[in-house]
Design a protein. Structure first.
Length: 60
């Protein structure tokens, strides 16, 4: 069986979620990002958000 690997490179994204207003923000993955780790602060609440998801998306 052939392992069909697409040549399309993936870009990693990080979704950060504010525990206060529940707003989710998608941004580019940065070195050191770790699932559920505290990250940048929410722009409206001024409290640290937590990373809720890390995923890869093919470059369009
Ligand atoms: Zn917030």
């Amino acid at each position: 069986m052939m392992f069909s690997k697409k040549e399309k490179p993936l870009v990693a994204f990080t979704v950060q979620k504010c525990q206060s207003c529940k707003k989710e923000t998608k941004r580019k993955f940065e070195e050191g990002d770790c699932l559920f780790a505290p990250t940048l602060e929410c722009t409206s609440c001024k409290i640290p958000t937590n990373i809720s998801k890390i995923f890869g998306q093919p470059i369009e």
